[in-house]
Design a protein around this ligand. Structure first.
Ligand code: HEC
Length: 407
């Protein structure tokens, strides 16, 4: 048995150590334990050549600490095996709102880009350009649950499937990964166009021996409601509030240095003043792997048109197809989430619109021509697609514009 007084002394000692670490005692031998991917340029690598590595050193210097990297590749389970497991304390890069962790204020914002060979003379301006239907399109497949990036979702909602997938999550051996594979495939003409997260695109396009063009996607997709632009921040565990506050103030103090690093890596930067993307990308701590929308602070937050679609659905459709477009009430009515999914029929938007407007009266599906116009059916499609893609969880959605009003 340890005497009570000794125990108390121990407790005080440990307590003091913890406080010293958190308060940043200026002794220079504190550790900033950073979670980083060992093979993922331009984000990070084990030679500390990525921009996350550089930013980590700026942060550490400001906190009078030294960087201790904990290397773990951006694979399935990465959060559990790094920050959440307590192996490291800070992710230098995470989309604002990434739910399993707490994020700081953002320090940059970027979006997705079309990347194609300059000599192809493609006049790509948006995902609605019909030429996309005839092109071989590459996208990064990402997320620790193998989910798709927002552009893949957005193309899917236009009936464009059969994309060529690239990315860290496809190869079990991290060393066999080349984060620039997707850009090299464009240069080699094995795909016609790639849709790539800005930091990855900017860095590798600059270094490509073949001249490549980049065209930005808008902040969000008008058809699927999916965001393309994301504000990126640092992340800590939810309970580490004090550390988060310190990082917030480092970001304020060191903003110009951090921006200079991003520019040095050719990261295409958007104005941070833009409205925060509802539903941040989950993605991975270290990057290339950006944005999907599965892990969000508010998984019911939707665009106004999806919200409108939900309203139509709950006036006209739910009594057969079921609340939240799941668990159909009528035995012959299909689960529309499945109908729109890849494993179902991947019903294209046009067919959806046609079926809803004309109906199949002989099979029990009414025609909605009289009650709904094409615009309303488009909203219905977006809503059901959001349920089908899975990022809109069951329950009554929240409207973006209401949220802004109440802020
Ligand atoms: C009275 C019940 C009923 C209502 C109300 C209803 N549906 Fe249906 N719906 C059905 C049935 C039954 C089918 C299956 C028809 C068949 O077997 O071909 C169906 C089929 C569909 C299909 C085609 C699925 C496929 O696999 O081909 C779509 C799309 C659809 N409904 C959308 C809607 C939408 C959107 C609404 C609301 C505007 C709606 N439905 C309202 C009963 C209903």
């Amino acid at each position: 048995m340890i005497p009570t007084r000794a125990r108390l002394a121990c407790a005080l000692l440990f307590g003091a150590a913890a406080v010293a670490l958190m308060a940043g005692a200026p002794n220079g031998d504190q550790e900033l334990r950073v979670c980083a991917d060992p093979f993922d340029l331009p984000f990070s690598n084990d030679q500390e050549q990525g921009f996350e590595n550089k930013i980590a050193h700026v942060v550490a210097q400001d906190l009078n600490a030294r960087v201790v990297n904990y290397w773990w590749p951006s694979r399935r389970g990465v959060l559990r095996n790094s920050i959440l497991g307590g192996f490291c304390d800070v992710m230098i890069q995470a989309p604002v709102g990434l739910d399993p962790v707490a994020t700081t204020k953002p320090y940059y914002r970027s979006t997705y880009y079309f990347v194609f060979r300059a000599d192809r003379g493609l006049r790509l301006r948006s995902l609605d350009d019909t030429i996309l239907k005839h092109l071989k399109i590459g996208v990064n497949i990402i997320g620790y649950d193998y989910t798709n990036t927002p552009p893949a979702h957005a193309l899917g909602s236009r009936g464009i499937v059969g994309l060529v997938g690239f990315g860290n999550f496809l190869n079990p051996d991290p060393k066999a990964d080349h984060p620039d594979d997707i850009i090299r495939a464009v240069a080699k003409d094995s795909i016609d166009v790639a849709i790539v997260w800005g930091p990855l695109a900017g860095y590798w396009v600059k270094r490509s021996p073949t001249a490549l063009a980049m065209v930005a996607l808008p902040d969000s997709d008008p058809v699927s409601g999916m965001p393309f632009a994301f504000s990126m921040a640092m992340a800590v565990r939810h309970r580490d509030k004090e550390l988060r506050a310190r990082l917030d103030s480092v970001i304020d103090r060191r903003r110009s240095e951090i921006t200079a690093i991003l520019q040095e890596y050719s990261v295409p930067l958007l104005d941070l003043g833009a409205p925060a993307t509802p539903g941040a990308p989950h993605g991975t701590p270290s990057g290339s792997v950006a944005p999907t929308r599965d892990t969000v602070r508010d998984s019911l937050l939707v665009s106004d048109s999806i919200y409108q679609g939900w309203k139509w659905f709950h006036v006209y459709c739910f009594r057969c197809h079921g609340e939240d477009a799941q668990h159909p009430v009528i035995a012959t009515a299909p689960d529309l989430r499945w109908v729109l999914s890849k494993s179902g029929m991947a019903y294209p938007r046009d067919s959806f619109e046609y079926t809803v407007l004309t109906g199949r009266p002989d099979k029990g599906m009414p025609s909605w021509k009289v009650l709904l116009d094409t615009a309303a059916v488009k909203e219905l499609y977006q809503y059901v697609k959001a349920r089908s893609d899975g990022w809109l969880k069951p329950g009554r959605p929240h409207r973006e514009s209401d949220l802004k009003k109440s802020q």
